[in-house]
Design a binder for this molecule. Structure first.
Ligand code: GDP
Ligand code: MG
Length: 203
């Protein structure tokens, strides 16, 4: 059954301090619930700096890739990047991320379902809210831009974190949750999403 390969995929979502402060916890959860994803872990906490650094560097290439992406972004807007060294840029981004992410409580969650990682990224939208698509979480609820956040030497406020790949998701889940905090259970509508025959509906 093809569904077996896809239905257990998981993604780690963190509602960042601005999302909690703006009373968007329910709205954000609603978007993942209504598409059919299954919530398998949830908790509120104030993350520590060490944890935030580990979280953003679970992918050993994140420092290079994000630094290069940021440099390209500055140049495309005709701006001079603060450094030509991608590692220096991500060093700066990471310091700002620590300040932002540890400024208040966050809500960490694991959502499971077919193509969870990509489906969640689609619902969340692009990293910079100013250019995220309308209809996405970041596009619908935030006005922030890199121009404004960089100008004020702070992190972009984009409400949520969502895993970027299946591999990152699994690493992030084990960083944020102990094994026993993630609950394996059956959600009845999964039968409608994944069963081949849909038998048992008629009396
Ligand atoms: P995400 O997965 O959509 O959150 O984005 P990334 O994994 O690429 O980056 C993680 C975080 O780094 C983002 O939420 C931003 O805070 C920051 N970041 C990423 N790219 C840039 C950039 O081009 N400029 C700045 N200033 N910050 C960035
Ligand atoms: Mg990311």
């Amino acid at each position: 059954m093809a569904a077996e390969k896809f239905k257990n995929e998981r993604s780690l979502i963190v509602i960042k301090p601005d999302g909690v402060q703006r009373s968007l916890i329910g709205e954000i959860i609603r978007r993942f619930e209504r598409i059919g994803l299954k919530l398998s872990a949830i908790k509120m906490l104030v993350p520590r700096n060490e944890m935030i650094e580990k979280h953003y560097t679970v992918d050993p290439e994140w420092r290079r890739i994000t630094g290069e992406k940021a440099i390209k972004g500055y140049k495309e807007k005709g701006q001079k990047p603060p450094s030509e060294d991608p590692y220096e840029i991500t060093g700066l981004i990471l310091e700002r991320l620590k300040k932002y992410m540890s400024s208040g409580p966050v809500v960490a969650m694991v959502w499971q379902g077919a193509h969870a990682v990509k489906i969640v990224r689609k619902l969340v939208g692009g990293t910079e809210p100013f250019s995220s698509d309308v209809g996405t979480i970041r596009g619908d609820f935030v006005m922030d831009s890199y121009e404004m956040s960089d100008g004020d030497e702070r992190c972009i406020r984009n409400l949520v974190h969502a895993s970027g790949s299946i591999e990152d998701a699994e690493k992030e889940i084990s960083l944020w949750f102990a094994k026993e905090e993630v609950i394996d259970y059956r959600l009845i509508p999964e039968q409608i999403f994944y069963d081949v025959n849909l038998d048992g509906l008629l009396e």
